[in-house]
Write a protein that binds this ligand. Structure first.
Ligand code: ZN
Ligand code: ZN
Length: 524
């Protein structure tokens, strides 16, 4: 049976990486792209930064696996809580390997959860961009052993860095040391105890991308020659180090099957999430028959969820304490403190719907009778009317300066599932136009709304990824295929010679990428 190495790169922008590979700056990626089959992953509007990993790993859509961003609604309440590793209702793609007797090795895959019933070696939280939930491992003492031998990642959390040149240099240097250390650790595992399927990931492209994307290309509105002179191109530095790590790991893996994927990418950071609460408040006044005075009202700036978590907790401490606290407080604890501060339960109970703050997009939960404790909208026709009307209003919004539409696309839960089924996710996701700052929007019904976002980021997530698969014995590798998020898990099972679970919504498309190399071909 084939052995399989899977490396995920979190938040790595495929257009940048492909361009730099073509120029010869990422030689190992270039070689893999030439040897293997590659396909862009086009994520639908329901896929966001906080659910893309569980969707890729399980092969099920978010409303089925039920993991949603940092926080989720606590059923039967108006409170949000942070996600926990028990939320995911589906298994990752390595579970069928373990169940069919193959040895699994899983090191630091975002949003994964070590499952003792699968055995093997599973480590979560040695070195990740955000630990969504507390670090753990199978066997239980494995994580402690890894940390004792290799030390911790030099960048415990990237949220206290900014996009200023000095901060970028410090972040980059820490990330480069972290990549080096993690690669040494992974290479030793690969050499001594590789198992049958070895899955890992690197988060560094994600951390560096949010803050230094503006120095990666002169076309970014925040590009500055002076900052480039002082900080160089930190994102390219990190991509090069990741390319080096990729090359060393693929070499150590030998003539076996390899899959790499980029979960999602980075693009311009602009959006109107900071205006969304005011947009919604005015929409509700409009439904109540109140006349909206088309006045200019400033709405408070937002910033990313991570920024706010940080500012509202550790950010309030004096400097010296802050430095201690950031070592001591894992993101989950900081988040929990912040959740208590930001949950405005009474206000949510009174409204037809309420927003849940997000990174780069917006989300809305309806206050449904029978689902929420003090529901205001009947599920069915009333909810349908509400969402239709709101989406029409969002479509009608224009950027006051350019006259351009500000809505990019939406996802409605009611189009794919019964909203009354229990689940902690939003009913509506809103993607905004991201190519220029949205500080002033206007519509005939809602008037003009003004406000500036407060994020320090120069890039936000964009929902496109990449899968590259290679099987040295495959006769040909095809290009030109486009994949959906749900295609990845069955392809990885198939590539590893394991029949994908029958209940997955999609069947394997490996044959379109590497003809005659799937599990069936391997067995016959
Ligand atoms: Zn990070
Ligand atoms: Zn991010």
């Amino acid at each position: 049976l084939p052995r399989l190495l899977v490396i995920g790169f979190d938040g790595m922008e495929s257009s940048l990486a492909r361009g730099w590979a073509q120029e010869g700056r990422l030689p190992h990626l270039k070689a893999l792209l030439e040897k293997g089959a590659s396909a862009p992953i086009v994520h639908g509007p329901e896929i966001v930064s906080g659910n893309v990993w569980p969707t890729l790993l399980t092969g099920f859509p978010p409303h089925v696996h039920d993991v949603h961003f940092f926080s989720r609604i606590l059923p039967g309440t108006y409170r949000t809580r942070l996600g926990s590793s028990g939320d995911c209702k589906k298994d990752p793609f390595w579970a069928p390997f373990a169940r069919q007797g193959r040895e699994i090795r899983v090191f630091d895959v975002p949003f994964s959860w070590p499952d003792p019933s699968l055995g093997g070696v599973q480590v979560y939280g040695y070195c990740l961009h955000d630990w969504t939930w507390p670090p753990s491992s199978v066997p239980p003492d494995r994580l402690r052993k890894v940390r004792r031998k290799w030390g911790r990642h030099p960048i415990a959390a990237c949220h206290d860095f900014t996009s200023e040149p000095d901060s970028l240099v410090a972040l980059r240097d820490g990330l480069l040391r972290g990549i080096e250390r993690k690669t040494e650790f992974l290479l030793e595992e690969l050499r001594t105890d590789p198992g049958d399927i070895f899955c890992t990931s690197f988060s560094e492209a994600h951390c560096m991308g949010h803050l230094s994307y503006h120095l990666a290309s002169e076309s970014h509105p925040d590009f500055s020659a002076e900052a480039r002179r002082r900080a160089g191109n930190p994102l390219l530095d990190v991509y090069r180090a990741l390319d080096e790590a990729l090359g060393r790991m693929v070499e150590a893996w030998g003539k076996e099957r390899v899959a790499i994927f980029f979960s999602h990418g980075m693009d311009l950071p602009y959006n109107a999430d900071h205006l969304f609460p005011e947009i919604l408040a005015r929409f509700h006044r409009h439904l109540d028959g109140e006349e909206i005075v088309p006045s200019v009202v400033a709405s408070p700036g937002g910033g990313s969820v991570a920024d706010r978590l940080w500012r509202n907790t550790v950010g309030l401490l004096p400097g010296s304490l802050r430095n201690q606290a950031k070592r001591l407080l894992p993101i989950s604890l900081r988040g929990r403190i912040s959740q208590l501060r930001t949950n405005d339960v009474k206000k949510r109970a009174r409204a037809r719907a309420f927003t849940i703050p997000q990174d780069g997009f917006s989300s809305l939960r309806l206050n449904l009778r029978g689902r929420e404790p003090e529901g205001k909208l009947d599920p069915g026709r009333e909810a349908l009317f509400y969402l239709d009307a709101l989406c029409n209003e969002l479509h009608a919004l224009r950027c006051t300066k350019t006259g351009a539409e500000v809505l990019s696309r939406t996802f409605r839960l009611d189009e794919v599932a019964d909203p009354m089924k229990p689940g902690g996710g939003p009913d509506l996701l809103v993607w905004w136009r991201n190519d220029r700052p949205l500080t002033q929007v206007t519509s005939p019904t809602l008037g003009t709304i003004v406000g500036r976002g407060a994020s320090v980021r120069t890039a936000e997530h964009t929902m496109r990824g990449l899968l590259v698969v290679s099987a040295p014995e495959a006769a040909s590798a095809r290009k030109g295929v486009t994949l959906d998020t749900l295609d990845v898990a069955p392809i990885l099972c198939d590539l590893g010679g394991v029949e994908p679970p029958r209940d997955l919504p999609r069947t394997s498309r490996l044959d379109e990428l590497l003809p005659a190399s799937g599990a069936e071909a391997v067995r016959s």
